[in-house]
Ligand binder design. Structure first.
Ligand SMILES: NC(=O)c1ccc[n+]([C@@H]2O[C@H](COP(=O)([O-])OP(=O)(O)OC[C@H]3O[C@@H](n4cnc5c(N)ncnc54)[C@H](OP(=O)(O)O)[C@@H]3O)[C@@H](O)[C@H]2O)c1
Length: 314
């Protein structure tokens, strides 16, 4: 469990001696290129040292640019930050994994990654089109590759020393189990949507037992209103402890042993979301007792991201 009550510097050990992941992570799913640069810069200045990227977000170049500039300006070393990116669904075929990884590294301007994730367990038709569809708008899946085939190629990346840890995202426990059992190198991190309305207790328990870090995305419920940020229990605790509802929800996430990814587009919010410390035990328990359930992102059902607007070409 978490020892210190100040979560700004909390780091969680990864399996295989792959170092530690800062519990407070900054997510770069930001549609606008200029905003990506300013928000990443603000996050670094606020104190975030963990950055979550993806080939699919189409902004690795901007994140990389902001990180290079921020590191140089702040006297921060590459070893002081933790950078993740993700393999997109159209690159699941084993021969496509290393080229996709190298292309991401190149866009980010980095020589190694701290963590590389399979973005979703769904393989799409290979190619340059991220969202391949048939004439009726149905996703074109690739039935000729299994998730285990892709995992084996991820293991090779680790063997070659270009990334320090590998993992999976948007995966259910049922899909994770067979990979975990067959893997030569066990996943270090599993990234899924998790917040008080979707606590994902079963997968969290499994991860705890196996020494896998559960990395929660949308820990603020993606800012949805109504949503967990406006839950009466969260609001009452915020008033009681003198913190904002967002700080209460992020504290809860770290206190239950997960790392998290939050996204803020302004410097004030980046500072607010980094200034996180433990909740009193009774407040933590009260949040655990919230009964409302809501999944905000259906990516786990189809592999198509719920928070990225679909562009339909004319
Ligand atoms: N693996 C996957 O498939 C997957 C899917 C989704 C996301 N992710 C990752 O997870 C990251 C985080 O996801 P998310 O953006 O849904 O996280 P989130 O932090 O739960 O939600 C962000 C939203 O909350 C608002 N917000 C941020 N700080 C706030 C505060 N202090 N008070 C009130 N509202 C606040 C933001 O508003 P403003 O924008 O106005 O600041 C934004 O609308 C993404 O960037 C991405 O890296 C991964």
């Amino acid at each position: 469990m978490i020892e210190s009550s100040d979560f700004r510097t909390t780091r969680i050990p990864l399996n295989h001696g792959a170092g530690q992941i800062p519990a407070l992570g900054f997510g770069t799913l930001i549609a606008d290129a200029a905003k990506t640069i300013s928000a990443t810069t603000d996050a670094l200045e606020a104190g975030f040292r963990h950055f979550d990227c993806a080939e699919r977000y189409k902004n690795e170049r901007e994140v990389g640019e902001a990180l290079q500039a921020g590191l140089a300006a702040g006297g921060i070393g590459r070893e002081d930050i933790f950078v993740t990116t993700k393999l997109w669904n159209t690159n699941h075929r084993p021969e496509r994994v290393e080229p996709a990884f190298e292309a991401s590294l190149d866009r980010l301007g980095l020589s190694y990654l701290d963590l590389y994730l399979i973005h979703t367990p769904f393989a799409f038709q290979p190619g340059e089109e991220h969202d391949p569809r048939d004439e009726n708008g149905n996703v074109l899946y690739d039935r000729d590759v299994t998730l285990l085939d892709t995992w084996r190629a991820m293991e090779s990346l680790l063997d070659h020393g270009r990334c320090r840890a590998i993992g999976l995202s948007d995966i259910s426990l049922n899909e994770l189990l067979p990979i975990y059992e067959s893997a030569r190198i066990k996943p270090a991190v599993v990234q899924v949507e998790a917040h008080p309305y979707l606590p994902e207790t079963e997968i969290l328990e499994f991860c705890r037992e196996k020494g896998i870090v559960l990395l929660a995305f949308a820990p603020l419920g993606h800012g949805a209103r109504p949503g967990p940020l406006e839950d009466p229990v969260v609001l009452a605790i915020a008033a009681q402890v003198g913190k904002t509802p967002a700080q209460v929800m992020l504290a809860w996430a770290v206190q239950r042993g997960t790392a998290l990814l939050t996204t803020a587009r302004t410097a004030d919010r980046a500072r607010e979301n980094f200034n996180i410390s433990a909740l009193p035990e009774n407040a933590f328990d009260e949040i655990n007792r919230i009964q409302t359930r809501q999944r905000l992102n259906d990516v786990v059902k189809t592999g198509s991201p719920g928070f990225i607007p679909r562009v339909i070409s004319a």
